[in-house]
Design a protein around this ligand. Structure first.
Ligand code: NAI
Length: 408
């Protein structure tokens, strides 16, 4: 079965913001028309260019507003070649039947490696020693410098990044404990702790890898810092709102904490040309980095592959795996059928109307799957070929339908 209702060469993909070339190569190899632009586009220009695009690929700087989505009459999908999707009006994309795909896990390893490096840096006060030598000062000291072998790392949030760090830290000879609100299978000899407080009290290094949620906002504040061991270290490369920065600065100044490595901040500069202010600047044994935990060439390439693969699967087969705003539907292709894809408003009676159409046209359904979220429903049906066009036309004209496609 060919997989699109019109030749792939007529599907236009517009990639903005210097997305890794692997994405262009993989999409072009599928036969799609791919156009690349190196920068982000302002709203008015994007609204113009999106008119004949079937797929739009962006990174974090392009804003996809309601106006852009409304102009994108042919738009099938948006690929966010990054982690966050705040730059996109997600609710309006759903309303218009446009799934948004991102790449949440492509930079897991990059963050984990950075944390491991920083643990050694903190334990050896490397940041300060390097600065001193660059300034022409020679301070050869061993006091206060330690190997990390045998020390305990406490991982808060044992998800993709946290568990990867657990594996790497253990092979480094560290003892690993973790805390998560969801029961997790411990990797290797990693041990789960019953509570955050228990973890804070036993850890020489506490590293935080939780998402930004109401529960994690300010989760490491004065009380939690006070519970940490004297001279221990805090690392945060998750989200800036998780740690109360003033409380951390105070704990560092009193010497209760021996140092910190911070990659994310409650408010971050918009661009590389803006300045950076923080109460943490200038403190001893504090490593400050500009949100680069996941910024490696490998991660960019992995993002390029992951998002383009998700986009291809959606265009070619209708699968929404990896979409942030769509019900998850994935159905293996049934040989010798045509596939009808229907996105509709999730209101009572839609399925009844669709079933009536199928029954009136005496269409034989060979496979079917429907999933809904509170706003939209997404249906994939594999049908005998003789009736598929009529079914598509009838379903597409229902007042509840947002978008209907057919794949031959
Ligand atoms: P994930 O979703 O795989 O793991 C997060 C874990 O935290 C889950 O196991 C979840 O159950 C747990 N969790 C949630 N609330 C919790 C709570 N209140 N207490 C304890 N555990 C809790 O996420 P992933 O991929 O590991 O990412 C973690 C964080 O790292 C995210 O905030 C993400 O935005 C950030 N990140 C930062 C990067 C950087 O450049 N610095 C790059 C990539 C991710």
């Amino acid at each position: 079965m060919a997989v699109t209702s019109f030749p792939k060469s007529e599907i236009k993909i517009l990639l903005l913001e210097n997305i890794h070339p692997v994405a262009r190569d993989e999409l072009a190899a599928q036969g799609f028309q791919v156009e690349c632009v190196s920068s982000a586009l302002p709203e008015a220009e994007l609204a113009e260019r999106v008119r004949d695009a079937h797929v739009l690929g962006i990174r974090s700087k392009t804003r996809i507003t309601q106006k852009v989505l409304d102009e994108g009459k042919r738009l099938l999908a948006v690929g966010a070649f990054c982690i966050g999707t705040n730059q996109i009006d997600i609710a309006h994309a759903s309303k218009r039947g446009v799934p948004v795909f991102n790449a949440p896990f492509s930079n897991t390893r990059s963050v984990a490696e950075l944390i491991l490096a920083e643990i050694v840096m903190l334990s050896r006060h490397l940041g300060d020693r390097v600065t001193e030598v660059h300034a022409g000062k020679w301070r050869k000291v061993a006091v206060g410098s330690h190997e990390v072998r045998g020390q305990t790392i406490g991982i808060v949030g044992y998800g993709h990044i946290g568990s990867q760090i657990g594996v790497l830290a253990e092979s480094f000879g560290m003892r690993v404990v973790f805390h998560d609100i969801v029961a997790k299978l411990p990797m290797g000899n990693n041990r789960s702790m019953p509570s955050l407080d228990d973890l804070l009290e036993v850890s020489d290094f506490v590293t935080v890898h939780v998402p930004e949620t109401p529960q994690t906002k300010n989760m490491i504040g004065p009380e939690q810092l006070a519970r940490m061991k004297q001279g221990s270290y805090l690392l945060n490369a998750s989200r800036g709102t998780v740690v109360v920065i003033d409380a951390l600065a105070a704990a560092l100044k009193t010497g209760h904490l021996g140092g910190a490595a911070i990659d994310v901040y409650p408010s971050e500069p918009e661009s590389n040309s803006d300045g950076f202010e923080s109460p943490l600047r200038g403190l001893t044994n504090v490593i400050l980095t500009p949100h680069i935990g996941g910024s490696t060439e490998e991660a960019q390439e992995a993002i390029g592959k992951e998002v383009s693969a998700a986009l291809m699967k959606f265009v070619n087969q209708g699968a929404t795996t990896g979409a942030v705003n769509f019900p998850l539907v994935e159905l293996p292709i049934t040989r010798g059928t045509h596939r009808v894809l229907n996105i509709h408003r999730n209101v009572p009676g839609v399925l009844r109307d669709i079933n009536k159409i199928v029954s009136d046209l005496q269409a034989n359904i060979r496979a079917q799957v429907l999933a809904t979220d509170p706003d939209i429903g997404y249906l994939i049906m594999d049908l005998d070929q003789d009736v598929s066009r009529d079914v598509k036309a009838a379903i597409g004209s229902l007042p509840t339908s947002i978008k209907t496609r057919i794949l031959f």
